[in-house]
Design a protein around this ligand. Structure first.
Ligand SMILES: Cc1ncc(COP(=O)(O)O)c(C=O)c1O
Length: 400
C-alpha cells in the first residue's frame, strides 16, 4: 500500500482528532523507527514518553509474549496469578500502600478523582456533593468529559459541555495560591509535578515541598499525575523524588505499559484506596494478567537498568548541547532528565515547520502547546546516538 493510500484511508475513515506529521511508521527497534519506504528515524517523541524502555525492548517483549501465550484476560471476576505481584512491585517502588489498576492515563486520573471525593466525604466529613478538587492552570490530565471540565485549554473543551463541577483552578507552581484556594470542602490538590503537554514547564525548586506541607496542614490530599513525568523520565523514578516528598496518591500510565500495551494505575495510601468496595469502580481489562506482567517487568527494568540515572546524565548533556545552538529562532530551552522543551519563536517559524524539517533530517518530534518542540527520546538511548541526534538538530537550525 503506498504512503498516500495509507494516509488517505485514515483521513477518509478516521476522525480528525490528531494532526500527525506526514510519516507512516511500520517498524520500531530501540530508539529507532522506520517508515514504509524504509527510511530510518531516531524517535525523539517516544509515543508521549510511553517508550522509555525503547521500542520492542527484548526483556519486556519476552515477558509479554510468554504471558500472551498463557493467559491474557480473566476479568476481575476471578483472581489471576499476576496481579498481586504487580501491585506489590508498584507499591514498593512508589512507597505507597495500595493500587487500583486501569488501562489508560485518563482512566487512572478518573479513578484518582473518585477516590479523592470518596475520601473527602467518608474520612474528612465534607457535606454531600460539596467536595472540591484544586487543579493547576495549563494542566493536561486526559480527555474524558470530567477531565476536560477542568482543562484550561479551550481546544479541549469547546462544545463538549456541560462540564463537571467541583474543580477550582490556581496558577501552576504557586503555593500561596493553593493555600488561599483551600476551603473546608477541599478534598485534594491534583497536579502534574512538571507539566508535559503544557510545554515542559518546570516549577521553582521547593514548590512541591511547600505544597506537601500545605496539603498536610489542611488535611487535603496531594495527588500527583506522573503519567508523563514518571518512570524515570525526569532523572528520578518519579519526579516527586527530586523534592524528597511522597504524595498521598499517584497516577501512572504510559511507560508503565512498557510501550507494549495500555497499563495504568492509581496508587495511594491505604486509607484512600480502601474506601472502594465491590461494584464502586472497575474496568473489564484493568488488572489483566498480561498488563500485570508487563507493568511489573517495566518497573523492574527501569530499576535494574538504572533508567533514571541514564536520563539524568544524558539529559543534562542533551540540554547543555542544545543550549549551544544559539539560534534566533529559539526563545528558550529548558529540561529535566531526557525531557527537553525548545520554545520556538512563532513570529519567525512555526514549531510544526521545525518538526517537519527535523523529520526530513531523520528525527521524529512533535510540537506541544503551540510553540514548544518536545524532545523525549527513549531512556535507553546511548551517547553515540544522542550525539548523532544533536548533530542533526543542529544542522536543521543551521539550515533554517
Ligand atoms: C500528565 C498526563 N496525564 C494524563 C494523560 C492522559 O493519558 P492517556 O492519553 O493515556 O489517557 C496524559 C497524556 O498525555 C498526560 O501527559
Amino acid at each position: 500500500m503506498s504512503k498516500s493510500k495509507t494516509i488517505t484511508l485514515e483521513e477518509k475513515h478516521g476522525a480528525n482528532n490528531y494532526a500527525p506529521l506526514s510519516v507512516v511508521l511500520v517498524k520500531g527497534e530501540g530508539c529507532k523507527v522506520w517508515d514504509e519506504d524504509g527510511k530510518e528515524y531516531i524517535d525523539f517523541m517516544s509515543a508521549y514518553s510511553a517508550h522509555n524502555a525503547g521500542h520492542n525492548n527484548p526483556v519486556l517483549m519476552k515477558a509479554f509474549l510468554e504471558q500472551a501465550q498463557k493467559l491474557v484476560l480473566t476479568s476481575r471476576a476471578f483472581y489471576n496469578d499476576k496481579l498481586g505481584p504487580f501491585l506489590d512491585t508498584l507499591c514498593n517502588v512508589t512507597g505507597l500502600d495500595m493500587a487500583l489498576p486501569m488501562n489508560t492515563g485518563a482512566e487512572a486520573v478518573e479513578t484518582a478523582i473518585k477516590a479523592a471525593r470518596r475520601w473527602g466525604y467518608r474520612v474528612k466529613g465534607i457535606p454531600e456533593n460539596k467536595a472540591e478538587i484544586i487543579v493547576s492552570s495549563g494542566n493536561f490530565h486526559g480527555r474524558t468529559t470530567t477531565i476536560i471540565s477542568f482543562s484550561s485549554d479551550e481546544d479541549d473543551k469547546t462544545d463538549f459541555g456541560p462540564y463537571t463541577p467541583g474543580f477550582k483552578e490556581i496558577p501552576f507552581g504557586d503555593a500561596d495560591a493553593l493555600e488561599k484556594a483551600i476551603t473546608l470542602n477541599t478534598c485534594a490538590f491534583l497536579t502534574e509535578p512538571i507539566q508535559g503537554e503544557g510545554g515542559i514547564i518546570i516549577p521553582e525548586e521547593g514548590w512541591l515541598r511547600n505544597v506537601r506541607e500545605i496539603c498536610t496542614k489542611n488535611n487535603v490530599l496531594l495527588i500527583l499525575d506522573e503519567i508523563q513525568s514518571g518512570m524515570g523520565r525526569t532523572g528520578k523514578n518519579f519526579a516527586y523524588e527530586h523534592e524528597g516528598i511522597t504524595p498521598d496518591g499517584l497516577t501512572l500510565a504510559k511507560a508503565l505499559g512498557g510501550g507494549l500495551l495500555p497499563v495504568s494505575a492509581f496508587v495511594a495510601r491505604r486509607d484512600i484506596l480502601e474506601l472502594f468496595e465491590p461494584g464502586s469502580h472497575g474496568s473489564t481489562w484493568g488488572g489483566n494478567p498480561l498488563a500485570a506482567v508487563v507493568g511489573k517487568v517495566a518497573i523492574e527494568y527501569m530499576v535494574e537498568e538504572k533508567l533514571s540515572e541514564r536520563s539524568a546524565e544524558l539529559g543534562a548533556y542533551l540540554l547543555e548541547e542544545l543550549k549551544k545552538i544559539n539560534s534566533p529562532y529559539i526563545r528558550d530551552i529548558r529540561g529535566i532528565g531526557l525531557w527537553v522543551g525548545v520554545d520556538i519563536d512563532p513570529d519567525k517559524i512555526s514549531a510544526k515547520e521545525v518538526c517537519m524539517r527535523l523529520k526530513e533530517a531523520g528525527i521524529l518530534a512533535k510540537e506541544t502547546a503551540g510553540t514548544i518542540l518536545r524532545f523525549a527520546p527513549p531512556l535507553v538511548i546511548d551517547k553515540a546516538l544522542l550525539d548523532e541526534s544533536i548533530k542533526r538538530i543542529r544542522s536543521v537550525f543551521a539550515e533554517i
